[in-house]
Design a protein around this ligand. Structure first.
Ligand SMILES: *Cc1c(COP(=O)(O)O)cnc(C)c1O
Length: 415
């Protein structure tokens, strides 16, 4: 098996949604998370995208083109690194899937490259995206530059002011950035604005969604794309250890890097997949735990667990990591949780910060704050849950983007 030669093509999943995007069957008494909760005028564009995606979903030529950019532009396959020092310390085998080594520093480039190639195939001239902290906006502006597409990014005005550097990056890459002044001026308002823009411009515009969320077919399509992570890791681990991992751990904002690494392991009974939500300041305070503390509701065109008040108003999430600071979660995770197929837990800001320093000093790898949540779970598990086990962790991104914030928080510790 040579990963450098083989081309990744998605495979159908037993958890594929129906044609309307419902995960789980309503007849089996399941909630039917997902769906399409959008203005009527957007339905034809979504149905067309579903058919367009179905046409390329298992198409060798399409994935060969994606593969070309993965290998030469993104730097795939990403390495699977045996974390020697963590392994020694914990008396376990800890493997890190190094998505942090990708171009632009995280897994987001995987789905923006593939979606931009799809957009180009469909004859679109423009791409739009919503962004919270700006990471998805930067990944989208990057591929727009690469493929010569016009690019407009919607960002809450409050976020745009907080994330000046990413706004500058997007503009440098040639994108136009709209600071959205409505509502709370954050991510959910940017999402509403992006959907509104798409309603009137769907003819020539492709909407690049940044995680396994949004109306059907986005959650399934982005899961398919990101599943290259677990597809590679499974083969890489088998080549060195000749076995499956006991546990697969990933952090969850919307849930794309987690589903990306989980998907090829969900049918392996011996493998436990664990998604880590942002515990923020604690579950009784501000956090981003849509699964642990939310309830089913509609956000971003889909039905899923969301953080909402008694009147159904979406609440603001909080996390030290901008990428986990999202009041919703992709619908497939809601399904996997309710069915008990994957397990979910959380890590607080403080625990994530500890792990950020821990991995930096133990392995010389500075992780993104998001990925630090997955690393921190190694310390939250009981020693007998880890000892002697083979554990695969998705290192979704690198910490460069978090340096200014980290320096501010940790300046006394490293004075
Ligand atoms: C955006 C981001 C996340 C969260 O997004 P998911 O869709 O949950 O993967 C996690 N890690 C990094 C480094 C990110 O940039």
């Amino acid at each position: 098996m040579n990963l450098h030669k083989e081309i990744y093509i998605p495979k159908p999943s037993p958890h594929d949604p129906d044609n309307l995007g419902h995960f789980g069957s309503l007849e089996n008494g399941q909630v039917g998370f997902g769906g399409r909760f959008v203005p009527e005028t957007l339905m034809p564009a979504l149905e067309k995208l579903r058919l367009d995606y179905e046409a390329v979903r298992f198409d060798k030529e399409f994935w060969a083109e994606v593969d070309h950019y993965y290998k030469n532009y993104v730097g795939r396959p990403s390495s699977l690194y045996f974390a020697e020092n963590l392994s020694k310390e914990l008396d376990a085998k800890i493997y890190l899937k190094r998505e942090d080594l990708n171009h632009t520093g995280a897994h987001k480039i995987n789905h923006t490259v593939a979606q931009a190639i799809l957009a180009k195939r469909l004859g679109k001239k423009k791409v739009i995206a919503e962004t919270g902290a700006g990471q998805h906006g930067v990944a989208t502006a990057t591929v727009a530059a690469l493929f010569g597409l016009e690019c407009e990014i919607f960002m809450g005005a409050k976020d745009a002011a907080r994330q000046e550097l990413n706004v500058f990056r997007m503009k440098l890459l040639g994108a136009k950035v709209h600071a959205v002044e409505s509502g709370s001026k954050t991510l959910k308002d940017a999402m509403n604005e992006a959907i509104r823009h798409w309603v009137t411009n769907a003819r020539d515009t492709y909407y690049i969604i940044g995680t396994v969320a949004g109306p059907h077919p986005y959650p399934m399509m982005i899961r398919d794309i990101q599943s290259i992570i677990g597809w590679e890791a499974k083969q890489q681990l088998n080549a060195v250890e000749g076995c499956l991992p006991d546990k697969v751990i990933a952090c969850i904002g919307g849930g794309s890097n987690a589903l990306g690494i989980f998907n090829h392991f969900l049918e392996d009974e011996s493998v436990e997949c664990i998604g880590i939500e942002a515990g923020g300041l604690g579950l009784d305070s501000k956090h981003g735990c849509s699964l642990a503390k939310g309830s089913p509701g509609v956000l971003h065109g889909q039905l899923s667990y969301i953080l909402q008040d008694e009147d159904g108003q979406v609440q603001e999430a909080h996390s030290i990591s901008a990428g986990l600071d999202y009041p919703g979660i992709g619908p497939e995770h809601s399904f996997l949780k309710d069915e008990g197929i994957a397990k979910y837990d959380y890590i607080t800001d403080d625990e994530a910060l500890d792990a950020f320093v821990w991995l930096s000093q133990a392995e010389g790898i500075i992780p993104a704050f998001e990925s630090s949540h997955a690393i921190a779970y190694l310390k939250k598990m009981k020693p007998d849950e880890i000892k002697g086990k083979t554990i695969l962790i998705n290192l979704s991104g690198r910490g460069d983007k978090d340096m200014i914030q980290a320096k501010d928080i940790l300046k006394d510790q490293f004075a």
